[in-house]
Design a protein around this ligand. Structure first.
Ligand code: NDP
Length: 446
């Protein structure tokens, strides 16, 4: 089976030359599937891996828009409809200057497995544009979103492909995107998730990814007879996932000492309490300022261009972006006493870092399991839209909590069944692969 996996990996490398993030994501998944492929050799006979690594559809388009001074800009938009074996394509949109085919393909590929883990009927997709929202006015953001949706609307729909937010796409952008979709189609439906609660959004969706990651970490700690009370936690990022990871950690009695953005990180040994977190939310979501201002306001340490992995901590929650913990960072975290790494972001740990965590025997939760609470709650938003009902905050949070408990249990049990006890990466990859692969087989060669 190693030969089969290696031959598929070779062809992925050749056919997707210059796409390192995509190759990294595929390699991580495929190598960990070997025990399942050995136990079920028919997947190889049916070419399941070859089919899984190739997106079903990839749409690229020009996005032309005008800034406030009247200057015309051209960005590249893209939607990757990766796999629809278990439901319509579902996955976020990212607006960031670093967006390219490699990044979107890696995110789309991961999304297929993540969505399968939620147990909800959602296929995987991802999209975005190489647009930099930083320092753009509200009206510029609106014009860009409208231009982007002017092409995307042809390809999406509540039973076809349901986008959501990701880096650079929050509540404001979702509003502008939906407004343009509605204007173009004359339809008010559940085509996008992460909507405002005023017009069809779900309570707890903004909180869901961060809360879900913390619920997952709590389940892992429980297996070792521990909990989060009193744990010192390093969180990276200061956007949606980082904010609500911090909020739930505080609610469960942990102490959060770091946050970051793309310029640098802050270290507050006193802990970021609820009041300071509210200040961060205002800074990032309303004033759109830089995390450095936290250090100036609360007399914390600020390190320009440095990630927050240099502090003593029990747990780390990387919640900013891909490959933000490399081998060196991982060694530093282990040296600082870190015993749990829970990925709120997508693929924040490099393969070298994951290897070091596994060798050290600490708890490591891969993003496709740990951050699946976001898309799971998007699935709950879709259910509410379909039935035209809104559930209460308590109801949605309780369902999210139960989904995260189930994801944890499924990953844990699958890892054990396939001979890798305690390896959540293997458990998550095999558990989701089996669901997607079996669905593909049942639907024939399409
Ligand atoms: P946001 O845009 O709200 O926040 C992103 C944060 O990460 C910001 O603090 C940003 O800093 C920082 N960041 C972005 N790029 C870089 C970089 N290259 N280097 C250092 N810091 C960076 O995004 P989200 O919180 O929504 O997403 C964070 C991660 O979580 C992503 O990996 C995303 O794919 C993943 N995710 C998000 C989900 C969601 O529901 N939102 C669901 C599942 C996964 P700055 O402001 O300076 O750009």
């Amino acid at each position: 089976m190693h030969d089969y996996v290696n031959s598929v990996l070779e062809s992925v490398a050749v056919r997707n030359h210059g796409q390192p993030e995509f190759y990294q994501a595929v390699q991580e998944v495929l190598l960990s599937l070997v025990p399942a492929l050995k136990a079920h050799p028919h997947y190889a006979r049916h070419g399941i891996l070859e089919r899984l690594v190739e997106p079903e559809r990839q749409i690229m388009f020009r996005v032309t828009w005008e800034d406030d001074s009247g200057q015309v800009h051209v960005n590249r938009g893209c939607r990757i409809e990766y796999n629809s074996a278990i439901g319509p394509y579902k996955g976020g949109l990212r607006f960031h200057p670093g967006v390219n085919t490699s990044i979107l393909r890696f995110l789309g590929f991961e999304q297929v497995f993540k969505n399968a883990l939620t147990t909800l009927p959602m296929g995987g997709g991802k999209g975005g544009a190489d647009f930099d929202p930083k320092d753009r006015s509200d009206r510029e953001i609106m014009r860009f979103c409208q231009a982007f949706m002017s092409e995307l609307f042809r390809h999406i729909g509540p039973d076809t492909d349901i986008p959501a937010g990701d880096i650079g796409v929050g509540a404001r952008e979702i509003g502008y995107l939906f407004g343009q979709y509605k204007r173009l189609t004359n339809k008010f439906n559940g085509v996008i998730t992460g909507k405002s609660v005023n017009w069809g959004g779900s309570l707890i969706r903004p909180e869901a990814t961060g809360y879900g990651a913390v619920f997952f970490s709590h389940e892992m700690l429980k297996m070792r007879g521990e909990d989060l009370t009193g744990k010192v936690c390093a969180v990276s990022g200061s956007g949606n996932v980082a904010q609500y990871t911090t909020e739930k950690l505080l609610q469960l009695g942990a102490k959060v000492v770091t946050l970051s953005d793309s310029d640098g990180s802050i270290y507050d040994p006193e802990g970021i309490n609820a009041e300071k977190l509210a200040w961060v939310m205002d800074l990032k979501n309303k004033r759109r300022g830089r995390i450095k201002e936290y250090a100036d306001t609360f007399k914390a340490v600020y390190r320009e261009g440095v990630r927050p992995w240099f502090v003593p901590c029990d747990c780390a929650f990387p919640s900013a972006t891909e490959n933000e913990i490399n081998g060196q960072d991982a060694q530093e975290l282990l040296r600082q006493g870190c015993k749990l790494v829970c990925e709120g972001a997508n693929m924040p740990c490099t393969p070298e870092a994951i290897e070091l965590f596994q060798q050290a025997g600490i708890l490591y939760a891969p993003g496709k399991a740990a951050n699946a609470g976001g898309v799971a709650t998007s699935g709950l938003e879709m259910s509410q839209n379909s039935t035209r009902l809104s559930w209460t905050r308590e109801d949605v949070e309780q369902r999210l909590h139960q989904i995260m408990i189930n994801i944890h249990k499924n990953c844990y049990q699958t890892a054990e069944k396939y001979g890798c006890p305690g390896n959540y990466m293997v458990g998550a990859n095999i558990c989701s692969f089996l669901k997607v692969a079996n669905s593909m087989l049942e639907q024939g060669l399409v």
